[in-house]
Design a protein around this ligand. Structure first.
Ligand code: SF4
Length: 416
């Protein structure tokens, strides 16, 4: 069967979709893009915002109109099973608990039953390894704990085996990801934590570099920072701030205050030097005043972030925040989001300019004629013009010599 997978939302969804594709290829199915007229579309949905909900519904509707079978899974499907079943009878809805068995629901055609098993190849240069699922926190705006359940960690030997296999297959960057990555190991109750995981992945691989997905600020400890001295750990941390107003943070039920976040950020930058710290910001949270918004804006201005992801607050039925009084008008949210997005462009440009003169490791992802395109360890795109071709997947030390738009210009030094 020709199968296409569409993934919305987080890196955990991306990692899960990648393992569906692996399993389906092994079973003899053909993975295709949406434009290649698939027989079946698997939608790995998201419910983090109202917009993600709408995109998930539109994808179902569009695929059905084109006569395709549809399987939908992920957080939107999990939380809206009854609605989907009544609006789109005939589609298959797979809850988050049943997700791992999704590939077995895809029927093989007669011919496919005789296909020789082949190793599935991942097309990406930076595969994501899902190491954890679920979350025990209760941020008041977030529906994820209801959709994904309590935190649970993937057994260490399984993660190590996957990391070693991906290295053998030739990948040079692995992304360790989870819904709440910093909770890794806590449910094992034997002292295993994220630093243990990182240390063991470094030991069981030789040449790959490791990138960590989003981490809560209070979960970045000295041991992890010690490990990050290793060049094989990407010089990049994504640490959600959400707001820099302590009153808003309390209403959000976040577990830190502005002073703590700022102190940790300084510690990380002092210990690790040239590191990219990116963050998420929610604007227009219920009751957010102009003064509270201003606190967030000035905090972002005075601290050296590398980039911002900005989200206008989106109501999620079933969350505490949805029941709060004082919802901010849409027009105000829009205006605040535009202000922070504009600031985000300045912040990103400032960070990229600060990279001029630095040497960074770049993973080559694409080669066009005599230009290579890649991703730096510090998570910005780099364009390298040179006569010598670099194979996609190789890591090249590159001196940054300029910046144009969102892309740094680099000159290769000695290849590793
Ligand atoms: S830490 Fe907060 S925002 Fe992140 S998944 Fe858990 S509840 Fe949601």
């Amino acid at each position: 069967m020709k199968v296409a997978i569409v993934t919305l939302g987080c890196r955990t969804n991306q990692a899960e979709s990648s393992s569906f594709a692996d399993a389906l290829l092994h079973a003899g199915h053909t993975m295709v893009d949406m434009q290649d007229n698939p027989d079946l579309c698997i939608i790995n949905s998201c419910s983090v915002t109202a917009k993600a909900d709408a995109q998930s519904r539109q994808l179902v509707s569009r695929n059905l109109k084109q006569g395709r079978s549809v399987i939908i899974t992920g957080c939107y499907a999990h939380l809206n099973r009854e609605y989907l079943a009544s609006r789109f009878p005939g589609i298959t809805i797979v809850s988050n608990e049943e997700k791992s068995s999704l590939p077995s629901l895809v029927p093989l055609t007669k011919e496919e039953r005789f296909v020789t098993l082949q190793a599935a190849t991942q097309s990406r240069h930076r595969p994501i390894i899902k190491v954890q699922d679920g979350c025990d926190n209760r941020c008041s705006y977030c529906i994820i704990p209801q959709a994904r359940g309590a935190s649970r960690s993937r057994p260490l030997p399984e993660v190590l085996a996957e990391a070693a296999r991906l290295e053998t297959e030739g990948f040079r960057e692995l992304v360790l990801s989870g819904i709440h990555l910093g909770m890794y190991g806590k449910d094992m109750r034997n002292g295993t934590d994220l630093a243990t995981l990182v240390e063991r992945v470094l030991l069981c691989t030789k040449d790959v570099r490791i990138r960590l997905s989003s981490l809560e600020v209070q979960e970045i400890d000295d041991r992890l920072l010690e490990l990050m001295q290793d060049r094989r750990l990407c010089r990049h941390l994504h640490i959600p701030l959400q707001s820099a107003s302590d009153t808003v943070l309390r209403r959000m039920n976040r577990q830190y205050d502005k002073a703590y976040y700022e102190k940790c950020m300084r510690t990380i930058q002092n210990k690790l030097g040239n590191i990219a710290i990116g963050t998420d910001v929610i604007v227009g949270f219920p009751q957010e005043t102009d003064e509270e918004f201003h606190e967030t804006r000035t905090f972002l201005e005075r601290n050296a972030f590398a980039y911002l992801h900005v989200f206008p607050y989106s109501r999620r039925p079933g969350t505490q925040a949805d029941l709060m009084s004082g919802h901010v008008a849409e027009a105000v949210k829009k205006e605040r989001a535009a202000t922070i997005k504009e600031l985000g462009r300045t912040i990103k440009r400032r960070f990229m300019d600060s990279q001029i003169g630095q040497t960074v490791d770049v993973l080559i992802e694409r080669q066009d004629k005599n230009v290579s395109h890649g991703m730096s360890s510090a998570f910005f795109k780099v364009r390298i013009e040179h006569a010598k071709k670099r194979a996609p997947g190789s890591i090249v030390p590159v001196r940054i010599v300029g910046v144009s738009d969102d892309v740094a210009e680099g000159v290769p030094e000695n290849d590793r």
